[in-house]
Design a protein around this ligand. Structure first.
Ligand code: DGL
Length: 247
């Protein structure tokens, strides 16, 4: 089976990493819109327009399924993508919510949702969790983590002071939704800031769980062919992929 994976930039590679670890597909076509990242500070119409343009790219390939490995796109453009795509499209928000519900059964647990400005403003995680009676939710836009990850600053002072800035007045969370596909790269630092001891929800692991349950993708492939494309500087994307994915 050949699938497409779309993100605004390099962040979706964290989802690819999970897909590769679980050997679910024969071929993955990855497209990062590196010329126009970040999406998380853009408005709804722009995010939808960029996403539909990316869809045109994927129409050149005979894919069976498209995964939008970007929370911002999943929060704003999933319906439009589904309407226009000749193949199935899955986002990362619904799998993330299900993963949280599977691992945190206490409805009064302290849940912290992190994401880009756009994702947090959409309330895409918050609304379904509130309707499912989770009553102790804090949603925090932490967009500065995106360029920090793009710079490769996974540890160190810049990250530490940014975490302090964002997390200073927060209570210790029981669970953190990493509602941006860039954030798994700094998940250790984030959970370390809160002295560990909290459940982390990661879009890549959540989507694997979702695919295995909802699509019955249980067949394992010995090798997955990964093809990487970017709207700008594809060499840069390949370099990051080699580092992150140990290619
Ligand atoms: N990777 C994107 C997400 O999951 C965030 C990066 C951006 O702002 O484009 O929302």
């Amino acid at each position: 089976m050949r699938i497409g994976v779309f993100d605004s930039g390099v962040g979706g590679l964290t989802v690819v990493k999970s897909l590769l670890e679980h050997q679910l597909f024969e071929e993955i076509i990855y497209y990062g819109d590196t010329a126009r990242v970040p999406y998380g500070i853009k408005d709804k119409n722009t995010i939808i327009r960029y996403s539909l343009e990316a869809l045109e790219f994927f129409k050149n390939f005979d894919i069976d399924l498209l995964i939008t490995a970007c929370n911002t796109v999943s929060a704003y453009a999933l319906d439009e993508l589904k309407e226009s795509a000749p193949f199935d499209v899955i986002g990362v928000v619904e799998p993330g919510i299900l993963a949280l519900e599977n691992s945190v059964t206490d409805k009064s647990a302290n849940i912290l949702i992190l994401g880009t400005n756009a994702t947090i403003n959409s309330r895409a995680y918050e609304k379904p969790l509130l309707s499912n009676q989770y009553c102790n939710i804090t949603a925090k836009a932490t967009g500065l983590f995106v360029p920090i990850v793009e710079e490769g600053l996974y540890t160190g002072e810049v990250l530490k002071s940014t975490m302090k800035y964002y997390f200073n007045n927060l209570d210790h969370p029981d669970a953190i939704i990493l509602g941006c596909t860039h954030f798994p790269l700094i998940s250790e630092a984030i959970s370390g800031h809160f002295n560990g001891n909290c459940t982390l929800i990661h879009s890549g692991e959540a989507i694997v769980e979702y695919l295995e349950h909802h699509y019955n993708f249980n067949k394992k492939f010995k090798k997955t062919e990964l093809k990487l494309f970017a709207s700008e500087n594809p060499e840069g994307l390949r370099k990051v992929a080699h580092q992150w994915l140990d290619l």
